[in-house]
Design a protein around this ligand. Structure first.
Ligand code: MG
Length: 257
């Protein structure tokens, strides 16, 4: 069932999403060549806890980390590991969230370690722009399919493909709520968007083919063809005046908690 948030619940969402965004930004700023993804995960864990919140990925469906940290051909759900070292030229997707006072935030960004090649940079730019084109469709009266259609069209116009096997979702008192928010599909289809809905829109975009293969336990999902993948995500509230990007802080250079 789709949960509609009242004004007080939206305030709770803003707080949880602000901490989530700050944690993501901190994670991105902390990336250093030679660091392991387990070290990076620990820094993000400490940041969230220091701000009085709970890392809401930890333990969910048995996930061991605070953040999913996914390098290069890993699309999503990379398990932080002492064996995975970040090298210059890598792209690093960090997906993390915080829970506070009963509400959840969720957000993701693909960062670069040092200089990356121009095609990798184009993948990051297109995925981020696709996220914002999807968000622009997240307005009351539209349908879920309008979001996915905007994301898919833009990615495919740019020669990339969108993952089908994993989708965005409602977010609120639970990290994953209804409805599903696919990054593909037909405009004008799916559930109607209503003011007070809060959803996580999260394009997962592949350099080549969109087929993906999960690793052991279903985690560490890689592209089947070994191509690169990017993942950008915002938690968004649908309000009478249009979408409000609750996790905008990770994009804002002047953002402070
Ligand atoms: Mg999500």
């Amino acid at each position: 069932m789709i949960q509609i948030k009242n004004a007080k619940e939206l305030e709770g969402m803003r707080r949880a999403c602000a901490i989530s965004a700050a944690a993501l930004k901190f994670g991105g700023d902390s990336i250093e060549p030679g660091m392991t993804t387990a070290e990076l995960d620990k820094l993000i864990y400490d940041f969230i806890v220091k701000h009085g919140a709970k890392p809401n990925f930890k333990g969910l469906y048995g996930f061991p980390g605070t953040a999913c940290i996914s390098l290069n051909d890993v699309v999503i759900h990379g398990i932080p590991s002492h064996d995975t070292v970040i090298h210059p030229g890598d792209i690093i997707s960090i997906d993390t969230g915080a829970k506070i006072d009963g509400f959840n935030g969720d957000n993701a960004c693909t960062f670069a370690c040092g200089k990356i090649d121009s095609e990798a940079q184009r993948l990051l730019d297109v995925t981020k722009e696709a996220l914002h084109l999807g968000i622009a469709q997240a307005k009351a009266g539209n349908r879920i399919g309008d979001i996915g259609h905007a994301v898919q069209s833009y990615c495919e116009e740019n020669g990339f493909s969108v993952v089908r096997d994993y989708v965005g979702h409602g977010v609120g008192k639970e990290l994953h709520e209804d409805p599903e928010v696919p990054n593909y599909g037909n405009a004008g289809r799916g559930p109607r968007l209503v003011s007070g809905m809060t959803i996580a829109i999260e394009p997962m975009v592949c350099q080549n083919d969109y087929h993906v293969v999960p690793g052991p336990g279903g985690w560490t999902v890689k592209t089947r063809d070994g191509g690169l993948a990017a993942h950008f995500e915002h938690s968004v509230a649908i309000l009478p005046g249009g979408p409000e990007i609750l996790t905008r802080g990770w994009e804002d250079p002047d953002f402070k908690l």
